[in-house]
Design a protein around this ligand. Structure first.
Ligand code: ZN
Length: 138
């Protein structure tokens, strides 16, 4: 069972530009920026209450985020649920006929284990399971 919403992922063309809104308008603090080579994305994290906002910017034209931006434009990209048992969540999702993007957990931002479910099988929302709070150390 998932424990809480960990973060919301938002696709942007430029983190540098988007940060101005999150920092100057919303008054949030960017905790860190990080390039996740495996996903070909640059990420920036903000905290609101006890959940996070993850901005995602493509680092190359064949990045999944580049494809998302060309199809949908900037905006909401995914919801991430915290769980202690990603494999268990994937197994439950598989049993219910959900389409798994990752059959086993992969490395996400901060070296944390993550796995995604395809939006076509989750009523339109790209769904991530993540093991630990993104602000916690690995
Ligand atoms: Zn995420």
């Amino acid at each position: 069972m998932v424990k809480k919403i960990d973060h919301l992922g938002i696709a942007v063309k430029s983190i540098k530009d988007a940060r101005r809104f999150y920092e100057d308008v919303l008054g949030l603090i960017c905790e860190r920026e990080e390039v996740v080579e495996a996903q070909k994305v640059r990420t920036a994290f903000f905290t609101v209450g006890n959940i996070h906002i993850e901005l995602l910017e493509p680092t190359s034209d064949d990045s999944p985020i580049a494809r998302f931006l060309s199809k949908h434009g900037e905006g909401f990209h995914h919801i991430a649920y915290r769980t202690d048992d990603i494999e268990g969540e994937l197994e439950a999702a598989r049993k219910h006929g959900c389409r798994l993007i990752n059959e086993t957990p992969i490395e996400g931002a901060g070296g944390k284990q993550v796995a995604f479910l395809h939006p076509k099988s989750t009523f339109g929302v790209l769904t991530e399971f993540c093991k630990k709070d993104i602000s916690e150390e690995v």
